[in-house]
Ligand binder design. Structure first.
Ligand SMILES: [Zn+2]
Length: 72
């Protein structure tokens, strides 16, 4: 009887552990997707995702138009 109780408790604990691990993995994955690196435009200060940013002369701009404003 006592052995069965211990077995049930161990089973319940392993279930909780697995669920926690699964949730942590899932939240970590979604965090990476929903939070891209955000950079500020050197011209207007608007924040743009790194993938949409225009890089010129070591600076970051929100669009090619703003990059051209700083071309001399
Ligand atoms: Zn801009």
């Amino acid at each position: 009887m006592a052995i069965r109780l211990v077995f049930i408790i161990m089973f319940a604990l392993s279930c909780v552990f697995l669920i926690r691990k699964y949730k942590a993995m899932r939240s970590q994955k979604t965090r990476n997707i929903t939070e891209p690196k955000i950079l500020a435009c050197a011209d207007c200060g608007v924040y743009v995702p790194e993938s949409d940013a225009v890089r010129r002369h070591g600076r970051v701009y929100c669009s090619s138009m703003h990059a051209e404003n700083h071309e001399v």
